[in-house]
Design a protein. Structure first.
Length: 227
């Protein structure tokens, strides 16, 4: 995680977010340009850009953590505080999915990266909602979107709706058992564990995978303390 943050800081002066106006200069090669942007995004997963950082993040998160323990450390009643708001990673993902609206891998891995690595909750929410519009019958995307909304954004009703739809259209039975328990904080922790393990298996980016593993380690510790 330290290397990822260092790379992000070093890149802050040279990374510029693309604009949707780029579409006017693709000359019929929209998918090729989208692929190029995707490769750049993968190299800098988690980058926010100093202009989009929450200046009060450290102070706010420290204040919250001082009064939390066990499951409450991850799932407090209030909305999670974001470190980043619609930063460089979000803007790059937005343009590449504008150029290639059926780019499924960008939605899945990009949405997870915004949520877990960049800590850009608003950006992740917007991209994942767009993903399920493009792929309304993809239970994996529905499941990821439901997890993000319920656990990370604290949008309980909306998140539960996506999760239940994922189960209805073909998610494995063991996931149905998890969804049945999402009204409890323990059930939400088990849900987070399931989504993070799936993301770890499906990504080859070392820095991204390590951030996911760090998050999973924290979730596993909390689950273990509740047994």
């Amino acid at each position: 995680m330290g290397q990822l943050a260092a790379r992000s800081r070093a890149a802050d002066e040279v990374l510029y977010a693309p604009s949707r106006n780029l579409a006017e200069y693709t000359f019929g090669y929209r998918e090729f340009v989208a692929d190029t942007l995707w490769l750049k995004l993968v190299q800098h997963f988690g980058h926010c850009g100093s202009a989009y950082l929450n200046p009060n993040y450290k102070k706010l998160i420290k204040k919250k953590e001082s009064g939390l323990n066990t499951l409450d450390r991850l799932f407090e009643e209030e909305k999670i505080i974001s470190r980043c708001h619609l930063g460089w990673s979000y803007q790059t993902l937005d343009v590449l999915t504008y150029l290639a609206p059926k780019f499924r891998a960008a939605y899945f891995h990009g949405g997870m990266a915004l949520s877990v690595v960049a800590d850009d909750m608003s950006g992740a929410t917007e991209k994942l909602r767009k993903a399920v519009i493009q792929y309304p019958n993809d239970w994996r995307l529905l499941y990821l979107t439901g997890y993000h909304l319920l656990v990370e954004e604290r949008k309980m009703k909306e998140g539960a709706r996506y999760l239940k739809k994922a189960v209805e259209i073909g998610a494995p039975k063991f996931l149905a058992a998890i969804v049945a328990r999402i009204q409890t904080k323990f059930g939400q922790a088990v849900l987070a564990k399931s989504v993070l393990e799936t993301a770890i298996r499906s990504t080859s980016n070392p820095a991204f995978k390590q951030r996911l593993k760090d998050r999973l380690k924290e979730v596993n510790k909390i689950i273990s303390n509740q047994k």
